[in-house]
Ligand binder design. Structure first.
Ligand SMILES: [Zn+2]
Length: 172
């Protein structure tokens, strides 16, 4: 596995890279301009990932696992739909960040208990997920048109908290 390209980057630079990578993935796998709500499972499959819903236990949102056949995403089935969608987009972010360089039997697990930690690859994956599910141009124009956070959450099929964070990070 190669070293993290995020090493030495500031948080702002990591977020910029995540936004640019998400915009590229949207263009290449979903369409331009992107129709919303974006369907991250379809995008994952377009990238060649297997996507599965499973019982992962109380402490896992999702995981990325390498196998001899490729790379798979497993998502805990016991999470609300909008959280499930975010978890899927987050795992795609890890896949993109690692440049698909995941060896067989290598597993990365996202735990609920450390969901808020500030590691560079988690900042990247969260910003990537937000940018994938709430495409920037569409999000900005909906905010400028006066949609409130509840409308935005419904439009993009994300949680209210995800909308609030997206607005915060885009200074809207
Ligand atoms: Zn993660």
């Amino acid at each position: 596995m190669s070293g993290s390209p995020l090493l030495g980057m500031t948080v702002g630079q990591i977020r910029e890279k995540a936004r640019a990578d998400a915009a590229r993935v949207l263009r290449e796998t979903w369409g331009s301009p992107p129709a919303v709500p974006v369907q991250p499972v379809n995008i994952a499959r377009a990238l060649g990932l297997g996507v599965f819903s499973a019982e992962l236990g109380d402490d896992a949102w999702g995981m990325l696992i390498g196998s001899s056949a490729g790379v798979d995403i497993y998502l805990d089935r016991d999470q609300p739909t909008n959280r499930f969608r975010f978890s899927c987009a987050h795992e795609i972010g890890h896949f993109v960040h690692r440049d698909a360089d995941i060896e067989a039997d290598q597993a990365f697990v996202d735990k609920r208990s450390d969901a808020g930690h500030g590691r560079a690859d988690e900042i990247f994956a969260n910003e990537f997920a937000a940018s994938l599910l709430m495409p920037e141009a569409h999000f900005v124009s909906a905010v400028r048109a006066g949609e409130d956070n509840y409308d935005l959450a419904q439009r993009f099929d994300v949680s209210l908290q995800a909308v609030q964070l997206r607005r915060h990070h885009l200074n809207l």
